[in-house]
Ligand binder design. Structure first.
Ligand code: NAI
Length: 290
C-alpha cells in the first residue's frame, strides 16, 4: 500500500480522493487549513514551507503520489489569495515534495486540479498568466486588478492556466518524467462541492447557473475522485503532461474547433531538434535532459 499527500483534503473533491485512497488501504497525509493531518495555510510562504516540511517528515522521504486539490474559487476581493493558493500552493509544494516522489520505487503519480475555466474564460491577460507561471504573484495580481469588474473570474482562470502550463512544461523534463514521476492535470467543469455551492449562492449565482453544460447536470466529487484514482494508478504509467477535461461537455461546446490543433510552424525547428536527438532507429529516445 502507498503513501499519498492530498491537499484540500478536508472538503469537496480533495476529501473524495482522500476517502477513496484510505478505503483502498493507502496512507493519506491530508493538508488543509484545518481538519487534516497537516494544518497549513497555502496562501502564505510560511504555510507552504510548513506543509512541505510536515509532509516530508510524515512520509519518511518517500511518496507514491500527490493530489493537489486545495484551491479557492473566483471570489471577489480574494484575487491575491486565489493566485497564491491555486498557483504557488501547487508549484512550491511540488518543487518541495519532488525528491520524495522521485524516491518512489514505482512510478509516482501526481494529479493537479486545474479547471475548464482555463478554456472558457474570456479576457484573461496573457501577461498575468506568464507572470504566474514564473511565480510572480504580486505583479500578476496588479495586472489582473486592471480588469475592473471581472477580476475574480480572471484571477481564477489565470491561476488555473498558469498552473496547468507549469505542469505540462515540468512533466516532460528530466526531473519529472525522467525521474519516473507522472505529472498530469485533471480539469473539472462545475462539480457540486462547497466551492461551487458558494458560487451558486453568491450575487453572481444566476450567471454561474446559466453557464452551458451539455450533460445538463453538475459533476459529483465521487466522479472526479474516480478520475483522480485512475490517474494515480498504473494506468497512468504512460501518461505525462496531459490535461484531462471532465466537464459535462462545456469545453467541446464552446471550443469545438480549437482542440486538437495542428502543430504550429514555429514549433517545427524544436521538433526536428528533438527528433535528431533520437538514438538508433527503433529505440525510444531518452528525453530526460530536455
Ligand atoms: P472545496 O472548496 O470543496 O475544497 C477546497 C479545499 O481547499 C478546502 O478544504 C479548503 O479549505 C482548501 N483550501 C482553500 N484555501 C486553502 C489554503 N489557503 N490553505 C490550505 N487549504 C486551502 O473545493 P472543490 O470544489 O473540491 O475544489 C477542489 C479543486 O478543484 C480546487 O482546486 C478547485 O479550484 C478545482 N475546481 C473545482 C470546480 C468545482 O466546480 N467545484 C471546477 C473546476 C476546478
Amino acid at each position: 500500500m502507498g503513501t499519498y499527500v492530498v491537499t484540500g483534503a478536508a472538503s469537496g473533491m480533495g476529501a473524495g480522493v482522500a476517502g477513496r485512497l484510505r478505503d483502498h488501504g493507502h496512507d493519506v497525509i491530508g493538508v488543509d487549513l484545518a481538519g487534516a493531518e497537516v494544518a497549513a495555510d497555502l496562501a502564505t510562504p510560511a504555510g507552504r514551507r510548513r506543509a512541505i516540511d510536515d509532509v516530508l517528515d510524515r512520509c519518511g522521504g518517500v511518496l507514491d503520489g500527490a493530489v493537489l486539490a486545495a484551491g479557492l474559487g473566483p471570489k471577489r476581493g480574494a484575487e491575491r489569495a486565489i493566485v497564491e493558493v491555486n498557483v504557488l500552493g501547487v508549484t512550491e509544494l511540488l518543487d518541495g515534495l519532488r525528491p520524495a516522489l522521485a524516491a518512489c520505487p514505482d512510478k509516482a503519480k501526481v494529479v493537479v486540479f486545474g479547471s475548464n475555466s482555463t478554456t472558457s474564460t474570456p479576457l484573461v491577460p496573457r501577461r498575468a498568466v506568464r507572470l504566474l507561471v514564473r511565480g510572480e504573484t504580486a505583479a500578476a495580481a496588479r495586472v489582473i486588478a486592471a480588469r475592473r469588474g471581472i477580476t475574480a473570474p480572471v484571477a481564477y482562470a489565470a491561476s488555473k492556466l498558469a498552473v496547468s502550463r507549469w505542469c505540462r512544461t515540468r512533466a516532460v523534463g528530466a526531473d519529472w518524467a525522467g525521474a519516473g514521476i507522472r505529472l498530469n492535470v485533471l480539469a473539472p467543469g462545475p462539480v457540486l462541492t462547497p466551492l461551487l455551492r458558494s458560487q451558486l449562492e453568491s450575487p453572481t449565482g444566476k450567471q454561474v447557473r446559466s453557464f452551458p453544460v451539455p450533460a445538463r447536470q453538475y459533476g459529483t466529487p465521487e466522479q472526479l475522485a474516480e478520475w483522480a484514482a485512475l490517474m494515480l494508478s498504473p494506468a497512468a504509467d504512460f501518461m505525462v503532461g496531459s490535461v484531462v477535461t471532465v466537464d459535462g461537455g462545456t469545453e467541446a461546446l464552446l471550443r469545438p474547433h480549437d482542440w486538437p490543433s495542428r502543430l504550429p510552424l514555429r514549433e517545427l525547428p524544436r521538433m526536428l531538434w528533438l527528433m535528431a536527438k533520437a538514438p538508433a532507429r527503433g529505440q525510444v529516445a531518452d528525453y530526460s535532459a530536455v
